[in-house]
Write a protein that binds this ligand. Structure first.
Ligand code: FAD
Length: 416
């Protein structure tokens, strides 16, 4: 008799032998005497290719009060593109990309150069397509991340500090709501849902099948530069990598020198050794050409927390306080080391985005300079990972997070 797999409330009989189950002994999730369980994976999956199929699936699940999850790539760091006992709608195959240099803006205010993209595209597939159109778009930095989650969560990348977030570039979406209605949402029609899907998080308001995105001229170049500094062991080591575009290596060198001299002011005892890095010039495409193998480390288990930091959190408090909070935020769970990553993805782009193009994205983006990510904790699936992680998170939150919240800063990102 073939073995059975317990799928939530149902029992399915598999025609495969025990050895061909997807969860063999020794694999993560395998429990002796119990075999495999479906865990948080969905019960039903619709591999949708048309709006009509999405609408039918949504209506079917809604009528039966079945949980719905939406999945593009599955990159969601908190696992929101999967869900126990759910119907999963997979948008991966909405892959079209069409250039419209003179797209009529729905509110009648003129035309725009846009790219019309199926929501199942990844940034890699969109970058390849817009490169062929001799245009650029604001997206993420990893080729394998999808439009669906990144845009609906704000979305930052190389061009965002200049042009604003990915969600600031959206002129229109096609969205299927939970009751199966297909809505075209823009500045004229269905304005509420149009506002909501531009930043408040993926999978909340419906299934987006298409985005209409603003395009930009291709930057003439990309310039990299920076420096690194370290303290003799034990101590901190930091790398400051800067990436600019439409600039020169001389301008980059001037910027780096200015930053290094400000270090001399705070490091009067010469405790920090600073090393300058040579500035380099690249063509825009040479620098940004998608590398679909870049997330080859996918599957590693780590915990991350992030904050958006602006003047209020960085300059309006004393340097002593700031040093304490940053030290706290880099607390290491293992005790052997930690990492803080700061991205300059805020600044003029998000700050200067016209009100009309701003959707529901976290308002802290408009005054943020830095996106700080802390990687001090890791998950060990075989040990008491949750316990260890919760100790780490209370350590970090205890000082850094609470202090920021006292400052009124509710600036935690949901997607990174
Ligand atoms: C390797 C890696 C690199 C990253 N780099 C960046 C970066 O440079 N910049 C940045 O801003 N973020 C970055 N992120 C974070 C990334 O933007 C988020 O994880 C994002 O939510 C992923 O979206 P997705 O569509 O690929 O993933 P999914 O897991 O498929 O979806 C994410 C969320 O969006 C929902 N969703 C997806 N598609 C749709 C749709 N069509 N309609 C409705 N809801 C939908 C899902 O239900 C889920 O809640 C990165 C993440 C990873 C893993």
């Amino acid at each position: 008799m073939p073995p059975t797999i317990q799928l939530g409330r149902k029992v399915w009989t598999t025609p495969f032998s025990q050895t061909t189950l997807v969860c063999p002994p020794g694999a993560e999730g395998y429990t002796k005497d119990r075999g495999c369980s479906i865990g948080a994976l969905p019960q039903y999956i619709v591999n949708a290719t048309t709006d009509q199929q999405v609408a039918t699936a949504l209506r079917w699940a809604t009528e039966r009060n079945i949980r719905i999850v939406v999945k593009g790539t599955g990159h969601d760091l908190s696992g929101r593109s999967t869900g126990a006992y759910s119907l999963s709608i997979w948008t991966h195959n909405f892959k079209h990309v069409e250039h419209q240099p003179k797209w009529l803006l729905p509110d009648g205010s003129g035309t725009a150069d846009v790219v019309i993209c199926g929501s199942g595209n990844t940034w890699g597939s969109v970058y390849n397509a817009v490169h062929a159109m001799n245009r650029s778009v604001v997206g993420g930095e990893d080729a394998t991340v999808g439009l669906g989650g990144l845009i609906q969560n704000g979305g930052h990348g190389l061009l965002s500090s200049h042009y604003g977030l990915a969600s600031d570039q959206v002129y229109q979406v096609t969205v299927i709501t939970a009751d199966g209605r297909r809505l075209v949402a823009n500045h004229k029609h269905n304005v509420d849902i149009f506002w909501a899907v531009r930043g408040a998080g993926g999978g909340q308001f419906g299934v987006i099948t298409e985005f209409v995105l603003k395009t930009h001229p291709v930057p003439t170049n990309v310039i990299t530069g920076g420096f690194y500094f370290y303290q003799d062991s034990p101590g901190v080591a930091a790398s400051v990598g800067l990436v600019g575009f439409n600039t020169t290596t001389e301008a980059m060198d001037r910027k780096v020198q200015k930053m290094i001299s400000s270090f001399a002011n705070v490091s009067s005892e010469n405790v920090l050794k600073v090393v300058n890095q040579t500035s380099e010039a690249y063509g825009y495409w040479a620098y940004t050409k998608p590398n679909f193998l870049s997330s080859a480390s996918c599957g590693s288990s780590s915990l991350m927390s992030s904050r958006l930091l602006g003047r209020r959190e960085l300059s309006d408090i004393s340097m002593t306080d700031l040093a304490i909070y940053l030290r706290q935020a880099s607390t290491s769970q293992s005790g052997t080391g930690s990492m803080l990553l700061f991205g300059l993805q805020g600044g003029p782009g998000p700050a200067n985005t016209p009100q009309k193009m701003r959707g529901s994205v976290l308002p802290a983006w408009r005054s943020a300079y830095l996106h700080a990510m802390s990687y001090g904790a890791s998950l060990n699936a075989t040990a008491d990972s949750r316990g260890a992680a919760s100790i780490w998170s209370s350590l970090v939150r205890g000082e850094f997070g609470t202090r920021l919240e006292e400052l009124g800063t509710k600036n935690r990102l949901l997607h990174e």
